[in-house]
Every structure is written in structure tokens, then in C-alpha cells.
Design a protein around this ligand. Structure first.
Ligand SMILES: [Zn+2]
Length: 292
């Protein structure tokens, strides 16, 4: 099973900030499946999920515990073929067993959506009692930012037109155009790029933190430098997460029963339609099944 996500969509549409290899290319940054052959502690038939970073384990970033920033690595499915495939071959260090309490549809949403959300919140010095404003709250990462923000004891405000985001624990939902001008949050997550940059900055409270990790609406923005220092803002970038982060996300997913909303399921061979659906409607996740 695979899930459609912004990484795959960017690759397919030639909108990438990374070098894609090999060509022709199989995308698919999120994949769960079963082990086909015993290896190490893995047994044939085990349900597993792929930690989607390729890393060498020897560079300064890896040795510092940040293998997701490996100098010689990259995102599995970008610097290698990915999971839109019946069978894949990956290193055992990239495989994690899926705990019994986690469904495949939740599991397949953990390596991109949940992991990115989790690390972003960690890097933003999240904490109980803080106000968190999430742009794109109904998106792949948004639904996890909302759930994880709640678990961390924060009051979560979502920016989206989808009222179902409330089911994921949003305290209040705003249309982008209707956020009260005096509303301020301690942490603002803008994962959708420059189209919402000014709005995001305008709702950041004094000494607040803005977190960013996506450029769906553009990657260039203008910054008022005086605001950054006079209000002591922090601007933090985040990308994916470490294996430790991933392990923690898995524990949280099981303990707090993280959930996803799936709008459509397609067979792998039908992924042109799946992509079209992903493009047209953002009303939950689009999943690719591999029922051989
Ligand atoms: Zn490395």
C-alpha cells in the first residue's frame, strides 16, 4: 500500500527541489507491505513500514544523530525508486515492524505526514498551554499537526475550509480570509509556501516561532527583518525526521490512536486516476492498494 503525498506529486509533475534518480523513475515516498523473505529479526509475512531516508551512517550528520540530513543521502523514492510498485527492495535498517494496533492506512501516513509534523513541532519548542496555528490543517501533515498538537497539550487552530478537521481535535477552524486580525499564536506552521507567508507572519505572537517545510504555493517570500528582531521571532525549517523521531511517532500513533481520513482508494495500476483525484480534491488521503 502507498499513499499519495506532496513529494510524489512534485516528482511526477517535475516540481522538485531535489535531484530525482534514476530515470525513468518509480515514485512513492510512503509504503507499507509485508516481508517476503526472512532476514535478521524480520520474518516472512511481517507487516513493515519503510523509513524513507537513504543515509550512509558515517557522515558528520549521521554520526550526530541526524541521518535524515545525511550529506550523501536523500529521500527514498527521490534518490532511489519508491513504493508505487508490487515489490521493493530496501535495506533492513530502513524497515520498521508495524505495531498490531496500527492499521495499514495509518501506518502508510506516518513516514511523511506524521513524521514531518512531529519533528516540526519538536523543533518549534512546542509545549502545553501554547497556541498553535496550522495552515493547511486538512492536508497530509495538517491532520497530524492537529492531533499531535493536542497530545502535546496545545490549543490548535486550523486554517482550512474543511470543517471535518474538528474531528482531529482543532479548537477552532478559520478560512484563510477570515482569521481575526488580532489573533496571535505562539507557534505558526506554514507548510504551504509563500502564498500564505504574510498571513502566517501576521498571526505570530511576540517571541513566537514560525515553522516551514513546504512550498506548494511558491517558494519565494519577502521578510520584514525589523519584525524578526523587534518581536524576537524564530523561523525554523524542518524536513522529515530521524529514525528516533520515527520510532517515537510509531509509539504515539499506537498509544494515542492517531487517525487519518481516507477519501479514495485506488488499485496500483490505476494510479493515473488516483493522481487526478489527488489533484482535484483535498478531502482526505488518496491511497494506492496493491491487491495482487
Ligand atoms: Zn550520512
Amino acid at each position: 500500500m502507498s499513499g499519495l503525498n506532496p513529494i510524489d506529486y512534485g516528482i511526477i509533475n517535475g516540481r522538485v527541489i531535489y535531484n530525482v534518480t534514476p530515470m525513468p523513475h518509480i515514485p512513492g515516498a510512503e509504503a507499507v507491505g509485508v516481508v517476503m523473505k526472512d532476514h535478521g529479526t524480520f520474518r516472512e509475512g511481517d507487516r513493515v513500514i519503510i523509513y524513507n531516508r537513504v543515509y550512509d551512517g558515517t557522515c558528520p550528520k549521521c554520526l550526530g544523530g541526524n541521518e535524515h540530513l545525511c550529506i550523501n543521502g536523500g529521500i527514498w523514492s527521490v534518490v532511489s525508486n519508491g513504493g508505487y510498485s508490487e515489490m521493493v527492495s530496501v535495506k533492513a535498517v530502513n524497515l520498521f515492524p508495524i505495531p498490531k494496533g496500527i492499521s495499514n492506512e495509518v501506518a502508510v501516513s506516518l513516514p511523511v505526514g506524521a513524521l514531518t509534523a512531529y519533528r516540526a513541532l519538536k523543533r518549534a519548542s512546542s509545549g502545553a498551554g501554547k497556541k498553535l496555528l496550522v495552515y493547511g490543517a486538512s492536508g497530509n501533515t495538517g491532520i497530524f499537526l492537529t492531533q499531535l498538537g493536542n497530545i502535546m497539550g496545545m490549543e490548535v487552530y486550523g486554517v482550512t475550509r474543511k470543517t471535518w478537521t474538528r474531528d482531529f481535535g482543532a479548537h477552532t477552524i478559520y478560512d484563510a480570509e477570515n482569521i481575526p486580525s488580532d489573533f496571535k499564536a505562539d507557534i505558526v506552521v506554514n507548510s504551504i509556501g509563500s502564498g500564505f507567508w504574510n498571513s502566517a507572519m501576521s498571526h505570530l505572537d511576540i517571541s513566537g516561532t514560525l515553522v516551514t517545510f513546504g512550498v506548494q504555493t511558491g517558494k519565494e517570500a519577502t521578510i520584514d527583518i525589523s519584525q524578526i528582531y523587534s518581536r524576537e521571532y524564530s523561523i525554523v525549517g524542518s524536513t522529515g525526521g530521524t529514525r528516533k523521531d520515527f520510532h517515537e511517532v510509531m509509539e504515539i500513533a499506537e498509544k494515542f490512536k492517531l487517525k487519518v481520513r481516507v477519501s479514495d482508494r485506488f488499485q496500483l495500476g490505476d494510479y493515473a486516476r488516483a493522481l487526478k483525484r489527488y489533484e482535484e480534491i483535498r478531502d482526505g488521503r488518496v491511497i494506492l492498494l496493491n491487491n495482487r
